[in-house]
Ligand binder design. Structure first.
Ligand code: ITT
Length: 196
């Protein structure tokens, strides 16, 4: 069965393709479908935005679609950047600019900067939504380390680890990440629904 992953984020695509490797599903990506109109993510929760992405892309291509809305929630910043994680430092902000702003906003607070990543994963087939959400708890550190992953990964250390997410391999991150856990569950739920 083909699933279209409604994302333009190459880091997410790698992680989710790995989750669905060796399953009955082939993951297509939006790069197979150029000229997608911009999707307005105006939901106030991760779950709402994930549904918006899945529904918009399903209606364009009529292919069962999965989507992910995710982000970082920092306790001392009252849950920010939250659903604004990708555009914390402005529309089309780079990961570097977002990371810099995060550290600036945390500079007034004492460590540890407790934080969690959240991922809301959704499947939509034109009739039903299936959803799964999970988190990865940890803390933000001031010195970025590692070139793996994407987004805030160089600044995030997961509970029980001493290296940043940016220093984890794809396999290691997928063992513990919010995204891998949410999509593994979503995979199970899709299999149940389609009796696979
Ligand atoms: P799509 O909407 O096209 O999927 P996006 O990057 O805009 O791509 P989101 O709106 O879900 O996706 O924003 C997620 C942002 O949260 C992402 O750009 C990172 O800044 C951050 N983020 C989410 N998961 C992350 C992870 O596993 N590691 C590091 N940063 C992450």
């Amino acid at each position: 069965m083909k699933l279209l992953f409604a994302t333009t984020n190459k880091g997410k695509l790698k992680e989710v393709r790995k989750v669905f490797s060796e399953t009955a599903f082939t993951i297509l990506s939006l790069s197979d479908f150029p000229e997608i109109p911009e999707i307005v993510e105006d939901g106030v929760t991760f779950a709402e935005n994930a549904k918006i992405k899945a529904k918009t892309v399903y209606e364009l291509f009529n292919i069962p679609t999965i989507a992910d809305d995710s982000g970082l929630s920092v306790d001392q910043l009252n849950g920010e950047p939250g659903v604004f994680s990708a555009r914390y430092a402005g529309e089309n902000a780079t990961d570097e600019a977002n990371n810099k702003l995060l550290l600036k906003n945390l500079s007034h607070f004492a460590e540890p900067h407790l934080a969690k990543f959240v991922c809301s994963a959704v499947f939509y087939d034109g009739e039903n939504y299936i959803s799964a959400e999970d988190v990865m708890e940890g803390k933000i550190v001031h010195t970025g380390r590692g070139d793996n992953g994407f987004g805030y990964d160089p600044l995030f250390i997961a509970d029980g680890f001493s290296v940043t997410n940016g220093e984890l391999s794809l396999e290691e991150k997928n063992r513990i990440s919010h995204r891998a856990k949410a999509f593994n569950r979503l995979h199970e739920l899709i299999c149940q629904k389609y009796k696979l």
